[in-house]
Write a protein that binds this ligand. Sequence first.
Ligand code: ADP
Length: 791
Amino acid sequence: MANDRKTEIPIELSSKLPVLPLKETIVFPYMIYPLLIGRESSIKAVQNALLHEKYVLLIAQKDILQENPEARDLYRTGVIARILQILKLPNGIVKVLVEGLTRAKVNRFIRTKGSFTQAKYEVVPESDQITPQNEAALRHVISQFKEYVLLNRDIPDEILLSIESVDNIQRVSDFIAAHVSKRIEDKQMLVEVASVDEELMMLVEMLQQEKDILEIEKDIDDQVRGRMQSSQRNFYLQEQLRVIKQELGEEDDSYNELGALNKKIKKAKMPREAKNKALEDLEKLRYTPPMSPEYTVIRNYLDWLLAIPWNKRSRDNLNLITAKKILDEDHYGLKKPKERILEQLSVMKLVEKVKGPILCLVGPPGVGKTSLGKSIARSLDRQFIRISLGGARDEAEIRGHRRTYIGSMPGRIIQSLKKAGTKNPVFLLDELDKMSMDFRGDPASALLEVLDPEQNKTFSDHYIEVEFDLSEVLFITTANVRHNIPEPLLDRMEVIDLPGYMEYDKLEIARRHLIPKQLNENGLKKHQIKFTDSAILGIIRNYSREAGVRNLERSISNICRKIAKEVVLKEDKGQFVVTARSLKKYLGVIQYSDKHAESVTQIGSATGLAWTEFGGDILQIEVTIMKGKSGLTLTGQLGDVMKESARAALSFIRSNTELLEIDPDVFEKNEIHIHAPEGAIPKDGPSAGITMAVAMISAFTRKPVDNELAMTGEITLRGNVLPIGGLTEKLLAARRSGIKTVLLPEKNRKDLSEISTRVTRGLQLNFVGTMNDVLKFAFRNGFTKKRNTVS
Ligand code: ADP
């Protein structure tokens, strides 16, 4: 049969045929194959073939990307084929059905310019002689091919039937060659073989390789499938188990669990959106094997949805008289903050909604910010929750992580509401000024949404996904210092200052609140222990240095604990009296001998007033002038602003040497050293400006500064005194430290009306507008005599 066809080939007729370059396939003899032809030259070649009894020479291109292949781009062995059918497709492409006839070797390519390639060729003779060797090889190839086809899902098994019906050895091996491997290079090698024996040997090798690859593919496939099947299998087994249990009349836990969840969801009074989401996820749960990680993830999510107080609220019990009573009961003093809180509560009562700016309690630690929050909750009969934002640096802390993260959870707002169990608690956001921000997003902007009454109706947590209405929550915020609160947040808040307590206040707070509270917490009865006033003052002065009463409370608690131990150990039924003397026994050595102003007047030293987040403090500034290279040295952990203000003070002095009676040359020959003791504590801010100027002037002129005088104010180069912040805290510190006279910037005079006279009582306050005024108060003898001792 095959030989019949070969005789048709017009070897004698013409030893020249049009060449059809092939890009992506190779047609073997006896194969019928459709080719899609688009290239102009190829179409011309086909047209030419139609004139020459439809024969073409199919030759593969070496580089399939080559659009216009020349002789060197084509292999030199190919297959002569006959065109069986031509079909023009609408897009200009021609579909040509060809039948491979026999291999041919090209002797020479002939290319007419702008036209197609032709080739002179000779037919490669076929051998169909069967020898024991090639017979054996053929059988081996056939059996390998069968295995290959069974492994290969791209080749239909029926193909094996075709082989059975062919008896020509060359035909069989070409048939197999056409189906082995997809690589053009491999196929070309099979076309170029010198004999059928060589072709068979090559096939043995290629089939083996292909089979190996298929085996590996199958392995991978099986593994993936196995994994999937085992989870499906688990699911079916679980289902079967459930049915069996039902048959036996036993309860099925997971089934019950889902049923119970369903009931809970329906009862939870969730908003529609949340309910739909919950039911949707419950449905998912039904088809998830209970042992799988997804089950736990969905289950956790549902638990969260169920735990959020969507619709639970406590009934407000808003009676202003009780509210006032409770605030007074819990706190001594704090008149202004309490008034402002009562105002807010009255507005709430009138508009029946939490509206208006959010209260922000600002003050040093231990002044009662948190406990005011608690009292507000108590007076409203609402739940109280508190989160500290100190160190929060990630938006996710507020809003949670999306469920795609492993172990993700809602943010702290939702977590706290779950804890509160109602949707209208008093929610204290502590340490608003301690938030930071990094690449994960800004917690402040998330908070903005939480606090803004326009937006917080539809607060969305990344984990929960469903919106939650925060508008009934009464938010209260706290901070230590106002200027560290992010500006946009500050805009929405009304700041209430709690600057700190005076000694007298602390004594009262200890007596009325802290001591009874600590007795109670340590299981002691009132008659068992008595603190004398001098003991309390001793603790205030020597064991705590603070604007608030936190350490005072801690020390009282320490004492109570120790006494409780003695009561138990010694079964002592008498009364313990804590006196100033016995403090050492309970609290150890004195920790702070209260910083007092210098006891004698000193040269080169002045007392300033500083303000830190722990309240006010006095700040000693020392200056020495040493012979040597000119320059200014600053020590004692002074911040940049403070250093600059020291330079400004020095420049003021240098430009006013005449007034100050200082020899202008001294600056060239002397080094100035400014130091602020307690070097371990960082200090910054501009308000020590006039203090540094005074200390320097004193050092240069050798005139002493009044030791009972403290001052605060920023200095300008022209010697003007600018206003400062933290006035109350600074005045409190001055009083604590035994200062008699304080110099304050003239521009702070207006702030005095805000400050209770109890703070200023006993202090001589002098207001200064320029350095001239400062000098008048700081140096009693003024600058009349020329008495320059530094030169
Ligand atoms: P803050 O939140 O400002 O750091 P806290 O509210 O935690 O301070 O107060 C610390 C302790 O001092 C609490 O036990 C609080 O009850 C008590 N305390 C503070 N101020 C007063 C006050 N004016 N009257 C009674 N107790 C007070």
